[in-house]
Design a protein around this ligand. Structure first.
Ligand code: PFF
Length: 453
C-alpha cells in the first residue's frame, strides 16, 4: 500500500477545478464526433436521449469517481488500495492507467493533425483546392512518414510541459486561460455559421427530432458517446478529484462540468452543420467532416482564412486540455506508486506513451501493414479503449461505490461530512447501485458483440 504523501498538490479554486475537469471532458469527442453522431442518429431525438443519459447515468458515474478520488486523495490505482485494502479492486485503477496509455497515444496523434491544419490554415494551404484535392491532401498528410510524427511529438511535448508544472501551476493555470478562449472562439464560429445564407437546413438537421431513426442501437450509441465525452470510466476524474479541496461541493461541480461539456458539444454542432448546409455539402462523417469538409467550406467562405485558423485552434486547445488530463493519470500513478519525482514521472510517461504513439501516427504510413484483428494500431487502440476499457471501467466504478464502499461513506463524501445537504443523494445512490450497472453492462455487451440489440 502506498504511504501517506506529505504534501500533495491541489486545485486552488472552484473555478480552477471546473476549468480543468471541463477541459478534460471537452475535446475531440465534442467537436467532431458529437455533431456527426447526432446528425446520423435522428438529430433532436438523439439529443434528447443523450441529455437524459448525461443526467441519469453520466452524472452519477462522474460523482462516483469524485467520491473515490477525493475520499482517498490518491491516484487512480492507489485510491482503490486505500479504500479497499487487501482486495483486488486496485486492478480497476490499473486498468485505468493502461487505458490512459492507449487513449493518449491515438488521441495525441489526432490532436497532432490539428497542428498541421493550424499550420495549413495559416499558410492559406486550402485556398483554391477542390473537394477531391482537399481529400487527397488529408490522406497524403496522414500517410506521410514524418509529418504526423513531428506533430505528434510537438503535441506530446506541449502536454508534458503543462503537466510538469504541477496541478495548480500547470493544469489549473493553463486550463483557466484556455477554456474561456475556447468558449470565445466557438461563439464567434457559431455566429458566423448561423448567419450564413441557407444555414437553416443545418439547424433543422441538428435539432429536428426524427424519432423514426431511433433504434436500440442508437440508444446505446448515445450512452457510449456520453461516456467518452464526459471522460468517465478510466480514472481521469478519480485523479483530478483527488486534488479537490474538502470544502468544495462535488455535486455542483459535477453538474457544471456535465453542463459545460454538453453545451460545447451542441455549440460545435451549431458551428458546423449550418455551414455544411449553407454550402450544399453532404454532412460527412468522423475525421472527414473536420479535416476534409470544413477546409472546403472555409476556402469558399468570406473571411474563411481567419475562421479556419480559429476553428483548428479551437480543436487544438480542446484536445490539449484533454490530453493533459490523461497524462496526469499516468504521472500521478508514477509519482505516488513508483515514488518518482514529478519531472522524471512526466518524461518517463511521455517517452513510454510515445512508443505506442509513433505506431499510431504511422498507422496510415510506414506501419500500415501491421494489422491486428484486421485493424491498424490506431484503430485497435481506439476500439479497445473506447469500447472495452471505458465501459468496463465505468461499470466496475459504480459497482465499487454502490456495493463495496457503501452508502454511508459515499454520503459523507458528497455532503462534505454532513455540512452540505446533498438532496440528490437517494436518487444518486439508487442509480449507482442498480440502474447504472445494468445500463452500462448492456452497452458493453453490445459493443463487444456478445449481445445484439
Ligand atoms: N472527453 C474527451 C473528449 O470528449 O474528447 C476524451 C477523453 C479524455 C476521454 C479523457 C477519456 C479521458 F479520460
Amino acid at each position: 500500500m502506498s504511504g501517506i504523501p506529505t504534501s500533495r498538490d491541489s486545485f486552488g479554486s472552484k473555478f480552477g477545478v471546473i476549468a480543468a475537469t471541463a477541459g478534460s471532458a471537452i475535446g475531440l469527442g465534442n467537436i467532431w464526433r458529437f455533431p456527426y453522431v447526432v446528425g446520423e442518429n435522428g438529430g433532436g431525438a438523439f439529443l434528447i436521449i443523450y441529455l437524459a443519459f448525461v443526467v441519469a447515468i453520466g452524472l452519477p458515474v462522474m460523482l462516483s469517481e469524485f467520491v473515490i478520488g477525493r475520499s482517498s486523495q490518491r491516484n487512480a490505482f492507489g485510491a482503490f488500495k486505500v479504500l479497499a485494502p487487501g482486495k483486488p479492486w486496485y486492478l480497476v485503477g490499473l486498468m485505468g492507467v493502461v487505458a490512459a496509455f492507449m487513449i493518449l497515444s491515438f488521441y495525441t496523434a489526432v490532436a497532432g493533425w490539428t497542428l498541421e491544419y493550424i499550420y495549413q490554415s495559416f499558410a492559406n494551404g486550402f485556398s483554391g483546392k477542390s473537394a477531391d484535392e482537399l481529400s487527397l491532401m488529408f490522406t497524403e498528410f496522414r500517410s506521410d512518414s514524418w509529418r504526423p510524427l513531428l506533430w505528434f511529438f510537438v503535441f506530446m511535448g506541449l502536454t508534458a510541459l503543462v503537466i510538469i508544472s504541477g496541478v495548480k501551476n500547470g493544469i489549473e493555470k493553463y486550463t483557466k486561460i484556455l477554456m474561456p478562449i475556447l468558449l470565445l472562439i466557438l461563439i464567434v464560429l457559431c455566429v458566423r455559421s448561423v448567419t450564413l445564407e441557407g444555414a437553416r437546413g443545418g439547424l433543422e438537421f441538428l435539432f429536428k427530432p426524427d424519432f423514426s431513426k431511433i433504434t436500440a442501437r442508437t440508444v446505446l450509441e448515445a450512452l457510449g458517446q456520453a461516456f467518452f465525452s464526459l471522460s468517465i470510466g478510466m480514472g481521469t476524474l478519480i485523479t483530478y478529484s483527488s486534488y479537490i479541496n474538502k470544502r468544495e461541493p462535488l455535486g455542483s461541480i459535477s453538474f457544471s462540468v456535465a453542463f459545460a461539456d454538453t453545451l460545447i458539444a451542441v455549440m460545435a454542432g451549431i458551428a458546423i452543420f449550418p455551414a455544411v448546409f449553407a454550402f450544399g455539402i453532404e454532412p460527412g462523417s468522423g475525421e472527414g467532416l473536420v479535416y476534409i469538409t470544413l477546409p472546403n467550406i472555409f476556402q469558399q467562405m468570406a473571411g474563411g482564412y481567419i475562421f479556419s485558423l480559429l476553428f483548428f485552434l479551437l480543436l487544438g486547445v480542446a484536445a490539449l486540455t484533454s490530453t493533459i488530463s490523461v497524462l496526469e493519470v499516468i504521472v500521478a500513478y508514477f509519482v505516488e506508486e513508483l515514488r518518482l519525482s514529478r519531472k522524471k514521472a512526466t518524461w518517463l510517461a511521455t517517452a513510454s506513451v510515445s512508443v505506442l504513439g509513433i505506431m499510431c501516427s504511422l498507422s496510415w504510413g510506414a506501419m500500415e501493414g501491421i494489422r491486428i484483428f484486421g485493424m491498424n494500431v490506431f484503430g485497435l487502440l481506439d476500439y479497445l479503449s473506447a469500447n472495452v476499457f471505458l465501459p468496463l471501467g465505468g461499470l466496475l466504478i459504480v459497482v465499487f461505490v454502490g456495493w463495496v464502499l457503501g452508502k454511508q461513506k459515499a454520503k459523507a463524501e458528497l455532503s462534505n461530512d454532513g455540512l452540505l445537504k446533498a438532496v440528490y443523494f437517494p436518487a444518486f445512490f439508487m442509480v449507482v447501485k442498480f440502474i447504472a450497472p445494468i445500463a452500462i453492462a448492456l452497452v458493453f455487451l453490445q459493443q463487444i458483440g456478445l449481445i445484439s440489440l
